[in-house]
Write a protein that binds this ligand. Structure first.
Ligand code: KG4
Ligand code: ZN
Length: 347
């Protein structure tokens, strides 16, 4: 079965075709970063309008890439949530209209299920069960994954997400948007020991996270630097960026390793945009090796939002026999807020 998938929950329009037997056949992506950069963050209305402009040209691009035509497609999947309501509605409307016109089933997909299963797009594929560290712009969660659709929340952030901590800190430092890659690049030029920032909940006995205190610490540090200098020297900014990245990586790695120890599982899967962070990847690989545990990542290009993970999650549900019969019924909804443990609930 060939599934055409759409992602439009935030600032990337992604379209892909995944075959339930052969895996990913092709994908195309348009990032709105350049458009939102000017505003220092995502402007939801602009995001929605751009998804409208991009969806059909990207669909054509994927069809050309794969040499397929719409008549070869067997189902259409789309991100139904969580995300920006208007942006979700664009992808959902395009996908459902196509499905309706072609008389195909339409499959609503949970965005985080897409991220969570995306490491299975790479070789070697992790077997179930595994611990998943989901680190994106809106979510920071540790899950126990026993199979497709079997997700148990082990811990999550009580306030800001890890990606948000990167983004907000980068903004305070004037490093631009999206903050994660910008801050990480700047951090490479700095010394993490020069500025030691708080590691909230590092030693708490649970698997939860908190990042809002870190953001406040960065704010205070920036105020200090601005009072000291007319223009903050790059060396100081680089040290602060390195200190911030080190604090985030320390907490994420410590809790992920604790989750492996508590569950006794030997596989850790890392997904979501922050999973592209190299210091985090290296730290997890080193620490997990000490426990004789393996770490799996999605291909770097598929860490941030994309259509491949959405079509792939739908394919995994199809292969697991988890798709209901009524996928051609007219009418639909999107869920801007949606718990992952309820990922199968939309049908
Ligand atoms: O998964 P994603 O593309 O979108 C959401 O579903 O939120 O994640 C985006 C987040 C942003 O906060 C971005 O700053 C962060 O991932 N990010 C990174 C890196 N690349 C993207 N954070 C740290 N290091 C990176 N290399
Ligand atoms: Zn995402």
């Amino acid at each position: 079965m060939k599934i055409l998938g759409y992602e439009s929950s935030c600032d990337e329009t992604g379209v892909a075709i995944v075959c339930t037997e052969k895996g990913l056949l092709g994908h195309a992506l348009h990032s709105q970063i350049a458009m939102h950069q000017h505003y220092g963050g995502v402007v939801p209305e602009l995001a929605s309008r751009d998804h409208i402009r991009r969806a059909l040209p990207l669909t054509q691009e994927v069809l050309d890439q794969t040499g397929l035509s719409l008549s070869d497609i067997d189902a259409v999947a789309y991100t139904a949530g969580p995300g920006l309501a208007g942006a979700l509605l664009v992808g959902a409307s395009v996908a459902r209209s196509l499905a309706w016109a072609l008389d195909l089933p339409a499959i609503p997909v949970h965005h985080l299920e897409g991220h969570l299963l995306s490491p299975l797009l790479a070789e070697p594929r992790p077997d179930f069960p595994f611990v998943a560290l989901l680190v994106s712009g809106g979510h920071t969660q540790l899950m126990r994954v026993d199979g497709v659709g079997q997700y148990e929340l082990l811990g999550e952030t009580l306030d800001d997400a890890a990606g948000e901590a990167f983004d907000k800190s980068a903004k305070l430092m004037g490093l631009g948007y999206p903050g994660g890659p910008a801050l990480s690049n700047m951090a490479q030029k700095g010394n993490a020991d020069a500025v030691v920032l708080p590691r909230p909940m590092l030693h708490s006995k649970d698997l939860d996270f908190s990042f809002s205190g870190l953001k406040t610490a960065v704010l205070l540090k920036m105020k200090e630097l601005k009072a000291q200098y007319d223009e903050v020297p790059e060396e100081q900014l680089a040290n602060l960026a390195a200190g911030t990245e080190a604090a985030i990586v320390d907490v994420l790695a410590a809790k992920a390793i604790r989750a492996l120890k508590e569950t006794g599982l030997k596989r850790l899967v890392v997904a979501g945009g922050v999973g592209a962070n190299l210091p985090l990847r290296n730290r997890l690989l080193t620490q997990a090796a000490k426990l004789k545990a393996e770490v799996f990542f999605p291909p770097v290009a598929l860490c941030t939002d994309n259509g491949a993970m959405i079509a792939f999650a739908a394919a995994m549900r199809a292969n697991a026999g988890l798709l209901p019969e009524n996928l051609k019924k007219p009418g639909f909804t999107v869920r801007p807020r949606w718990e992952l443990s309820k990922a199968g609930e939309l049908y």
